[in-house]
Design a protein around this ligand. Structure first.
Ligand code: NAD
Ligand code: IPM
Ligand code: MN
Length: 361
């Protein structure tokens, strides 16, 4: 089994190193190959997603990704910015289904900014469509003034669009996930999040999801506007089971949901294509504000590696072991600063990784 390891920028390199450490002690026949991506690839090779990196990702059985981006690239032309690397990987590999499970481990109930009773036992799944929406709609750009009066751009535009097959396939993923979760005790509910009251794209989304829902009579379907969903997520998060939404709303709601788990450093993700090939990355970014300090929480990345073993490499037992080791380490009271609370022990990135390795042994 070959894994393409793409650490990227900022804390990406620090957290991926810990996940690789954990994978290496599992005694699986894993081969890893590391490549540059994002700003690091731009600096060395002149492009955020060099052909060699894309080829490695295409040929691997799974991809372990850190994060890309840094403020210093903000003035580059858009196609050269680090973020284009992750968007290019998603689009090129057809990774349309993004799973972001927001699970609050009992040991971290006190780390969240929400009241313990709201999040204790929380286990919801956000499914974000990842290769459509305003992220990939054409046309996009800026219109430049022609009368010479206003130098530079006069307006800018991006186009929101979804096709029927794009909505259908993500809806099927959501209903099937809800069905699977129902078989292990969840409610069996899909909440489709839209903005149908204002946007044509999301009236269409709502109509298509409703149509697909008829094929799943065992699963309850409700619809919620995204502004209300943002509010309900912090008011009563446990009312949700599976949430399915478009690319942009899913981006925003999943960052919000990460705080229900204690920290954005706890939220893993899996991005899958129709062949179940996958890219696994934490839901957070390169965190330039704390990069290089050895304090980033590596657990979202380690938990993403567990998702990789389960979804792409058929190693569910190993995935269970990693998740149990993470719980054990949290039970020992070890905490990176983002999840620190009184009475626990503050550790850095590599100490946290070492502790997971030790718990595995
Ligand atoms: P961010 O997620 O990088 O950071 C937001 C906040 O959360 C920061 O205060 C950061 O310190 C903290 N944080 C994030 N991960 C953490 C961790 N593991 N442990 C502890 N604290 C953590 O978002 P941002 O600051 O808005 O963006 C920074 C850069 O990352 C930008 O260039 C952005 O485009 C990029 N980004 C990349 C990805 C990706 O590669 N998939 C995702 C999101 C953002
Ligand atoms: C994420 C990030 C990316 C996104 C950016 C970096 C392109 O925020 O993975 O959530 O918006 O999808
Ligand atoms: Mn995001």
């Amino acid at each position: 089994m070959k894994i393409a390891v793409l650490p990227g920028d900022g804390i990406g390199t620090e957290i991926v190193a810990e996940a690789v450490k954990v994978l290496n002690v599992l005694d699986l026949k894993l081969e890893t190959e590391t490549a540059l991506v994002g700003g690091a690839a731009f600096d060395a090779l002149g492009h955020p997603l060099p052909d060699s990196t894309l080829k490695l990702a295409q040929e691997a059985d799974a991809i372990l990704f850190g994060a890309v981006g840094d403020w210093k690239y903000d003035t580059l032309d858009r196609p050269l910015r680090p973020e284009q690397a992750i968007l290019g990987l998603r689009k090129n590999l057809g990774l349309f289904a993004n799973f972001r499970p927001a699970i609050c481990y009992e040991q971290l109930v006190g780390a969240s900014s929400l009241k313990p009773e709201l999040i204790s036992g929380l286990d919801i799944l956000i499914i974000r469509e990842l290769t459509g929406d305003i992220y990939f709609g054409q046309p996009r750009g800026r219109r430049v003034a022609t009368d010479g009066h206003f130098p530079g751009a006069e307006e800018a535009f991006d186009t929101m669009r979804y096709s029927k097959p794009e909505i259908e396939r993500i809806a099927h993923v959501a209903f099937q996930a809800a069905r699977k979760r129902k078989s292990s005790g969840s409610e069996g509910r899909v909440t489709s999040v839209d903005k149908a009251n204002v946007l044509e794209t999301f009236q269409f989304w709502k109509d298509v999801v409703s149509e697909v829902g008829k094929e799943y009579p065992d699963i309850a379907l409700d619809h919620m506007y995204v502004d209300n969903a943002a509010m309900q997520l912090v008011k009563e998060p446990k009312r949700f089971d599976v949430v399915v939404t478009g690319n942009m709303f899913g981006d925003i709601l999943s960052d919000e949901a990460s705080m229900l788990t204690g920290s954005i450093g706890m939220l893993p993700s899996a991005s899958l294509n129709a062949k179940n090939q996958g890219l696994y990355e934490p839901s957070h970014g390169s965190a330039p504000d704390i990069a290089g300090q050895g304090v980033a929480n590596p657990l979202a990345t380690i938990l993403s590696a567990a998702m990789m073993l389960r979804f792409s490499l058929n190693q569910a037992a190993a995935a269970d072991r990693i998740e149990a080791a993470v719980k054990a380490v949290l039970a020992q009271g070890l905490r990176t600063p983002d999840i620190y609370s009184a009475g626990t022990t503050r550790v850095g990135t590599s100490q946290m990784g070492d502790a997971v390795v030790k718990a595995l042994a």
